[in-house]
Write a protein that binds this ligand. Structure first.
Ligand code: AMP
Ligand code: ZN
Ligand code: ZN
Length: 440
């Protein structure tokens, strides 16, 4: 054991010296996956501890933009069966504000509101750092200094348990001192079927190397929802395709014979946009403002109050707040990255700060959109289905905030979580052990 640990350290030092650490390494077990091996990056943290090897497994799946009511509306048989076998939220799960991809994926894995984990939108400006975060720019997505909190994979890694992530937002960065043991650079061209095969291959690794927490991301049915709207046949077809994929994944997980809790969620819903763009620089003079999408960053207190006054009575399609006066239930009033003042749409309206520069085509808003206040626009609610050895059968839960998933998943993995915005009490009634922490 001692010799193996020394050997591993030696290899790590050698790889570092050769500049190879973090470069895709061939993985034992990958060969079991049909098709070409994916470019998995291996951040070597050693084997699972003996105690971790005895624990259960959690596979956390996100279906981007899978609205809370899609499954029941169109008979998504695999998801509904999963819910029946375990637990589901027939009235949906409440996303954090704003109901966008990066903020919500990171809330799910940190148990923190965007206000606290810092990814306050897919794209935002940081007035303290005087820099922009753009989720589609790998230099930002992979830069851990943008993210706060302890993602589930870092929590597990720090407690001796190996993890894997396939495209979960934030998973390519070093956060709270760790990257997942296995992860990939974001590449949407990697097929959904290949992603499922990779997860199954990870679960066939030998016990010392096998990840106990796996996070898996799919970008559908969000694309179709944007392009065609939530009620279109194309969106329905994409949604049923994802349901069939969940069926395949579940069959693959069952075939491993391992004690795996499968948790399928989405980040937000989708609404059909009403009307064209509402452009804030047509209502107020934004001179001296940094902007990002609908976010406004006034340089001086005078600018902020002036623009607030200029737009506050403009339309019933949004309400404008000074930052510190944002409604408490949105948990969006302490982080300077949120801007000031803040415009909150009162319905599914397309709001942007600036008119595109002359010469740039001014595209109309997409048919479907999200990002709205889930309490004002219930179409923003997300999905939640889960079943496995830790979860009671035939349970339903009332709408709950997605930050509560964190202590629930940490409990299933017997990890000790830090204090977050989530509480185990919210979902403990779905657990076979009722969320009791065993005496050590
Ligand atoms: P949204 O419109 O907020 O739902 O954003 C969805 C888009 O985010 C998807 O179409 C993906 O292209 C992109 N996306 C999702 N995950 C990642 C990631 N890990 N890195 C970069 N982009 C991502
Ligand atoms: Zn999304
Ligand atoms: Zn989207």
């Amino acid at each position: 054991m001692r010799f193996r640990a020394m050997w591993r350290m030696g290899l790590g030092a050698l790889l570092l010296a050769l500049g190879l650490a973090g470069v895709p390494q061939p993985l034992a077990g990958q060969g079991r996956a049909a098709g070409p091996a994916l470019p998995v990056i291996h951040a070597d943290h050693g084997p699972n501890s003996a105690s971790a090897q005895d624990r259960h497994y959690v596979v956390l799946v996100s279906l981007d933009g899978f609205r809370w009511d899609y499954a029941a509306r169109d008979g998504a048989t695999h998801l509904l069966a999963l819910g029946k076998q375990g637990v589901w939220a027939p009235e949906g799960m409440i996303p954090s504000y704003p109901s966008l991809t990066f903020p919500n994926h990171f809330s799910i894995v940190t148990g923190l509101y965007p206000d606290h984990h810092g990814v306050v939108a897919n794209n935002f400006y940081d007035p303290v750092r005087r820099a922009r975060f753009t989720s589609s720019d790998p230099r930002d997505a992979e830069d851990g200094s943008w993210y706060s909190g302890v993602p589930l994979w870092s929590l597990a890694e720090s407690q001796g348990m190996r993890t894997a992530c396939l495209f979960w937002p934030g998973s390519e960065a070093t956060i709270a001192g760790f990257r997942p043991s296995y992860y990939l650079r974001y590449n949407d061209r990697i097929s959904d079927a290949a992603r499922v095969r990779q997860v199954i291959a990870w679960l066939h690794l030998p016990p010392a190397k096998r990840p106990h927490f796996i996070a898996l991301y799919f970008s559908e049915p969000d694309h179709e929802g944007h392009q065609f709207g939530p009620d279109a046949p194309e969106t329905r077809a994409a949604m049923l395709k994802m349901d069939a994929l969940v069926g395949k994944l579940k069959a693959g997980l069952d075939a491993t014979g391992l004690p795996i809790d499968l948790v399928v969620v989405s980040d937000h819903g989708m609404a059909k946009v009403e009307g064209g763009w509402i452009t804030l620089d047509k209502i107020a003079n934004l001179k001296g403002f940094e902007t990002s999408g609908p976010l406004l960053y006034g340089e001086t207190e005078q600018d902020r109050q002036r623009v607030y006054d200029e737009i506050k009575k403009a339309t019933s399609e949004f309400v404008v707040y000074r930052h510190k006066n944002m409604p408490a239930e949105l948990n969006y009033r302490t982080n300077p990255r949120e801007g000031d003042p803040i415009v909150v749409a009162t319905g599914p309206y397309a709001i942007r700060a600036r008119t595109p520069p002359a010469g740039r085509p001014d595209e109309p808003p997409t048919t479907g959109m999200h990002g709205y206040d889930p309490y004002l626009v219930p179409a923003m609610k997300a999905s939640f289905f889960a079943a496995g050895p830790d979860i009671l059968e035939g349970k339903t839960v009332a709408p709950f905030e997605n930050v509560n998933l964190y202590p629930w998943i940490a409990h299933m993995l017997r990890l000790t979580p830090p204090k977050t915005d989530g509480s185990l009490n919210i979902l403990s009634g779905t657990l076979r052990d009722n969320g009791e922490v065993p005496e050590k």
